[in-house]
Design a protein around this ligand. Sequence first.
Ligand code: TYD
Ligand code: MG
Length: 454
Amino acid sequence: MAKVKTTFYCQNCGTQYAKWQGQCNACKEWNTIVEEVLLKEEKNDWKAGTVIQSKKTTKPLLLHEIDSAVEMRMRSTDSEFNRVLGGGLVPGSVTLLGGEPGIGKSTLLLQIALFLPFKTLYVSGEESQKQIKMRAERINRHNDNCYILTETKTQHIFKQIEKTEPDILIIDSIQTLHSDYIESSPGSISQIRECTSELIKFAKETNTPVILIGHITKDGNIAGPKILEHMVDAVLQFEGDRNHVYRILRSLKNRFGSTAELGIYEMLGNGLREVSNPSEILISKNDQDLSGTAIAATLEGMRPLMIEIQALVSTAVYGTPQRSTTGYNAKRLNMILAVLEKRAGFRLGAKDVFLNITGGISVDDPAIDLAVVAAILSSNEDIAIEKDVCFAAEIGLAGEIRPVQRVDQRISEAEKLGFSSIFVSKFNKITVKPKNIQVVLVSKIEDVITELFG
Ligand code: TYD
Ligand code: MG
């Protein structure tokens, strides 16, 4: 006779309770604690019914005894995806891909599945095989190695896996799966945890990489228990502004690589396209000299990236001046305006200030501060900044211009893209000796103003 056990879980953060209560102590949400039935059976195993007695035991080894051979990687033809993973998929690894609805998670993974030179099983619990076929037709790619399965029960999925024997398993999405061993409904905390641990077990025992798609909650976290992120080997996030075409694939956790890498894609009518030179498209092309724009040399992960900052400063029509930003931290804008007011004597207190980073991307690299200052001053004075000038420095509260990390890389990228001068802090240690770009060293906002506007 199966023993029925129940526990209470907060559906928002996954905290477990022994009995019901109105508010979750951990996340302070009300009415999120729900009783879930855990139906205990003999032994949960990814192979339904069969109980594998693991004979493999490991013994402790000295570090020098451990084989230091480089982890084998299964490469896809998508170089952005390979790079974010640190070189490709590691056999037996479990990767979680999160992102807002409609951002393109299913498209990205289907596309990768269709381009992979390995046998792939794409399991969808969200869409019918026909819908997936329609998507594949949009991507316009045919692959005899890619199998599509619509199924939500893990035990059935494992049965199909035994038949198909895929090299790579993709699950869209973990929130739609359910396991027989747990009574509660799909998407509940205990189901997500159980299904994930079955899949992890499958991945480790068969050395098959598994990629899971995960939904995110309204505050941007991956839905389900927080431990989900601890259980998997890598967590990737697909983000971007839905109204723009650019998408960024970021790594939040990676046991086999750096989390500083990121991939940039463009969503087109026929799928996602890798963007190998993002700087060129993020800078708008026009011939006129327009006031209020400045180019910043930023770093996204490890890659240098040139972005365009646009500012509009105008006299406030209403009593309270408005400050509005897209892609830039609003508090940081207020700080910069306060510094300009106090340290450089600009009367911006009674003006509306709008700030925009073009391309719909958002940047939190402090090195774009100087470009923000330049854009604001350029709009305020209505004097255009030369198109071939760019900036890479942080602004301090005292109005000082502070050094930024990896300045050499930023200078080289600016030089490569044909900029004629770059403004950096005087306190930055520069080791490169660029030939085709002039490096302007500045230490105070006043220096920038004299250099730019005379
Ligand atoms: P989808 O992959 O379904 O998003 P998710 O799985 O993250 O919810 O894709 C969503 C959007 O992408 C959808 O609005 C349509 C658009 N899209 C394109 O623009 N081009 C394409 O080739 C495809 C397949 C989708
Ligand atoms: Mg989807």
